[in-house]
Every structure is written in C-alpha cells, then in structure tokens.
Design a binder for this molecule. Sequence first.
Ligand SMILES: NC(=O)C1=CN([C@@H]2O[C@H](COP(=O)(O)OP(=O)(O)OC[C@H]3O[C@@H](n4cnc5c(N)ncnc54)[C@H](OP(=O)(O)O)[C@@H]3O)[C@@H](O)[C@H]2O)[C@@H](O)CC1
Ligand SMILES: Nc1ncnc2c1ncn2[C@@H]1O[C@H](COP(=O)(O)OP(=O)(O)O)[C@@H](O)[C@H]1O
Ligand SMILES: [K+]
Length: 571
Amino acid sequence: MTELLTAAQMRAIEEAAIASGAVTGLELMERAGRGVVEAIVEEWPELGPGCRAVVLSGPGNNGGDGFVVARLLWEAGWDVEVFLYGDASRLPADARVNYERWCERGEVVALSDETLFRSRANTSADDRECIVIDALFGTGLSRPLDRDVGMHLSGTRSTGSFAFMKLVAVDCPSGVCIDSGRVLGQQNVPTATDLCVTFHRAKIGHYVTPLVDAISKLVIVDIGLEEDFSSKISRIGEGFGSMFEIAAQGGAGAIREEALSEAMHGAYETLAERDGAVRLLEAWFPDELGKAAAIGGHKYAHGHALIHSGGVGRGGAARMAARGALRIGAGLVTVGCPPGALQENAGALDAVMLRSVADGEALREMLGDARISAIGIGPGLGTGAREAGLVRAVLDASADAKRGVVLDADALTLVAQDESLFDLCRSHRSVVMTPHAGEFARLFPDIAKRLEEQPMSGPAYSKVDAAREAAARAGCVVLFKGPDTVIASPEGHCSVNSAAYDRAAPWLATAGSGDVLTGFIAGLLARGFGPMQAAETAAWLHVECALSFGPGLIAEDLPEELPTMFRALGV
Ligand SMILES: NC(=O)C1=CN([C@@H]2O[C@H](COP(=O)(O)OP(=O)(O)OC[C@H]3O[C@@H](n4cnc5c(N)ncnc54)[C@H](OP(=O)(O)O)[C@@H]3O)[C@@H](O)[C@H]2O)[C@@H](O)CC1
Ligand SMILES: Nc1ncnc2c1ncn2[C@@H]1O[C@H](COP(=O)(O)OP(=O)(O)O)[C@@H](O)[C@H]1O
Ligand SMILES: [K+]
C-alpha cells in the first residue's frame, strides 16, 4: 500500500529536501528528465537514434524537465525539435539553466499552430516514428489552459499528421489538475496519453477518473527523495505531530526548524483540511486476512452473515452475495427471503442456509440472535414499503449490537428516499454503503452535482473529496464504486482501490459483480473486520479475483476464485 500525494504535498517534499541540502532543484530536474527518457526507451525499445521527438515545453519547471528530455534524446541520436510556450526570459531558474543547455544544441521555436504545422516531424512524406513530449504544465497548473495551447496539444493527437505518434506526458497531461484528475476549464476529457511519467509517488489524480481513463501507462520514477523523509511529511496530516517534530527527530538531512519553508506550512494546511493521507490499495496484502484465518474454533467463531433477498424471481443477486460471504470465510451464511420465495431459493442453495422472513417485524425478531454478526441488504431487494421496513429493522436492531451492515443497491435507494433511515445510518457504528455513481447521486445529490461541475481553478473537487464528504455526512463508510473505487470513513481515512494500469480488469463491469462485493464485505464484517477494513479488503480481493480469473468472467466466478487467491496469498 502506498500513499497518493497531492501537488502541495509533492512540492513540500521537494522543497524540504532542497532546503535540507540533500539535493538541488537542478539535480531533481535532471533525474526527472532522465527518468522520462529511460521510461520511453523501456516502453518502446524499438525506438532509438534517428527517431523524431517533438518537445512542447511550458513556462515552469515542467517545461524545464522538457528541456532535459530534449537534450538527453538529442545526445542519444534522436532528431529533436523543441517548442516553448511562454517567455524564455521568465523561466524559473532551474528551467532556465536547462533551456540554455538545450540552446547550445538546437533551437527553440515559439509554440503556435503555424510553427507546429511547419515542424519537420509534421511532414507526411517522413514516416519515421515520432514521440511528442508534453512538458507544458505539471503540478503548477493553476487555471485553465489558454484555448490555443489546448488546441496545439489535442491537435497533435487528433490531426494524425504526426506519423506514428506517441504522446508522453511529463508528470501529468497538461491542463489536468493532478489533485483531482480533472481538466480545468471547458474541455471535459484529458488528452489521450500513451505514457505518463511522474516523479517520486503517484498523485491522487493519476488514479481517479477522468484522468485514469486517459493514460495508457503510468510510470513512477524514483528521483532520490528519501522515503523516510516523505513519509514524515505525509504523516503530519494524520495528526502525527507538529511539523517541528520532523526537525526534532532529525528527519533526512537533519532538517533544521528554520529550513521548513512556507510551502511546508501550506502543505500542512492542505493535509489537515483533507484529513490525512489517501492510500492506494495496489501491491497490498491486508494483514487481517492472515490473522483472521488463523482463528480456530467453532463455525460461529467465524461469524454468521445474513443476506436479505428480494421476492420471487429476484433472488439471484442475494444468492451470489451469500456465496461471496461464505467463500470469504464467514462461518455461516443465511439467506433471508419472503415466504413466497422459499421454494425458489431452496432449489438454488446448499451450503448457504435459508430462512423465511415475512417483514420488518419478523426480521427484528430474528435479529434478536446476537450470533448474527453481519447483514448485507439491498441487491434485488425492491423498494416498496415492506422493503423499507426491512431496512429499518436491520438498522434499528443492529445499532447497539456489534453487528456490521452493508447497504447496497435498493437499500441505498430506500435510504435516499427517507431521511429517518439516513438518521439511523448515522447513529449506527458499523455501516458500509456501497453506491455506484447513480446511487451516489441519489444519496448525496449536492455532492454529486459539485463533482459534475466543470472546475475552473485547482485543486478541483475530486472523487476522493466527494467520498470523504459523503462518509462524514452519512456517518458511515462509503465505498464509491467504479474502476476507481474510493473508500472513505467518517473519520477521514481514505483509500483508492484502482482497477487501472496493471490492475485493469474491465471484465469486472459485469452484471452482479457489485452484488458479490456486498457479500464479500458482509462476510468480512461477520468475521469481525471493522467496516473500513472490511470494505478495503473486499474491494481489493474483488479486483484480484477478477485479475486472477481473467476475461470471460461472470459474477458467479468471483467467489469461486477466492480459494485460488487465498492459496496464492498464503492465507
Ligand atoms: N516537485 C518536484 O519534486 C519536482 C518537480 N519537477 C517538475 O516541476 C513541475 C512543477 O513545476 P512548476 O511548479 O514550475 O509548475 P508548472 O506545472 O511547470 O507550471 C507553472 C507555470 O505555469 C504557469 N501557469 C499555470 N497555469 C497556467 C495556465 N493555465 N496557462 C498559462 N500559464 C499557466 C504558472 O504561472 P502563474 O500561475 O504563476 O501565473 C507558472 O509559470 C512538476 O510537474 C515536474 O514536472 C521536476 O523537475 C523535479 C521534481
Ligand atoms: N471498468 C471497470 N473496471 C473494473 N471494475 C469495475 C469497472 N466498472 C465497474 N466496476 C466494478 O464492478 C462492480 C459493479 O457494481 P454495480 O455497479 O453495483 O453492478 P451490479 O449491480 O451489476 O452488481 C463494482 O465493484 C465496480 O467497482
Ligand atoms: K505535462
């Protein structure tokens, strides 16, 4: 598990490292540019001397990285052209040094439609491979791109006149707010980018829509910022201590108190506002899985999950969820269904038990059994008065019990329609809500609207901000689904379970896969996992199962993949 950074955190880490004397800005820029070139060579080993590169540099340090890339490619024998957007005399110091180093080797042309069009690389007669380097703006983007810059960038992509063109973004595609992954200004979609090379750590925006959908491959380059140091900076926001503790503890390079720059204060504020770190559930193994598996004893020691089903012909979703709860390790799983649906369910369930539950009253009575340690309700449930009574019973009868509850699908629609149910969620200690975007908009219409509004300045409101605000408001864990699932707790803990880049599993978008996720969470809650832990672990395993199974997956395959996963993980 790694932390995703904001632009402010990244700046603070960089500035404090420079202030410590451990490294200079120029050295960091050289390492960044070299990292981009190495990533290009690794991605396209067939490219090399004689290939063409068009470098688009901007007015800040992102542009400075671009000049380094230009020089290194030129030294490797590439045919390089460099365009500058902005005024060379106003470049920041390190970028200026690299601008001048490049000027000893080649010319810099002012970026415009006309100059780009006249580019040597833009001649259809020349069909050599061409790479366009987008080094216009990185973490310093503060406002929408001027229309013409946006056009140059998307133009290189869409006109097709740059033969065999690959677009490489330095740090991030220009025009995107890296804290949110959203484009500032009128354009909605970031320019499709073949390779994005970022530095030290990925930023939040790299992992959430729409940016995550626009980048084919993300590479993170180590530029020598000490891990130890950056984790200390990041932890400030989690209430780890005052920033002066860093100095007291002699953080990397024994930073002195006075070396802590304005930027660090800025980052502290940003972090405090955002309530700490955002974690990426990627190369991660939840320790609790191993610990929980080691518990011996009776089946009740592994918990009893109740999954509530809909009526006749609507039970498939709950049955899949129940199978998921059982496979993930709940000791017992029961499907509760209306009396009329008993026969249908009995014909389709074996290891999963079955109980007839007529209405909310009957459910309340059943929940007098304290051994029922988790409930999943919503998939295939229906949204009538009877179902509202069932959801009320679940929340009422579980508020004081040590019983986890997962609300999904129709249960979320019912909560969205009835403020008193929402209040019950708030007073409950361990509810997990699992909305997809539509359900999220029903539950939190104002938050969803804010997420849809086109941002005009950064940092823009992100899916991470939305999930956090929703969790704080609802007083429960919110798992906001998608290929970029964001999980947030009311206390401000937040993680992103990404199904992108190396973990892309588009075949997980199949009917019923969300129902299985509900079952996974319910099963883990039954086993005694806390709500945040259960949601994170279930979401992570959900994608791992999909990756392990591969294309062709249907929702029923997900629970059946768990034993393979557990074996592979050594659980
Ligand atoms: N942090 C690190 O560790 C390392 C960082 N490195 C690199 O530095 C990059 C960050 O550099 P940066 O801070 O100079 O910002 P950058 O993105 O180049 O742009 C700032 C300039 O653009 C301007 N400007 C903004 N928006 C604009 C707009 N819409 N239209 C027009 N102008 C606009 C803005 O002007 P202002 O807002 O001040 O008016 C300012 O002049 C980072 O992404 C990475 O590539 C690596 O070298 C090494 C390690
Ligand atoms: N493109 C995608 N890649 C990976 N996972 C996805 C993608 N789209 C959706 N998912 C995941 O698939 C599940 C779909 O759940 P949901 O929308 O509730 O569907 P259903 O109601 O059919 O079960 C969620 O866990 C979501 O995160
Ligand atoms: K860029």
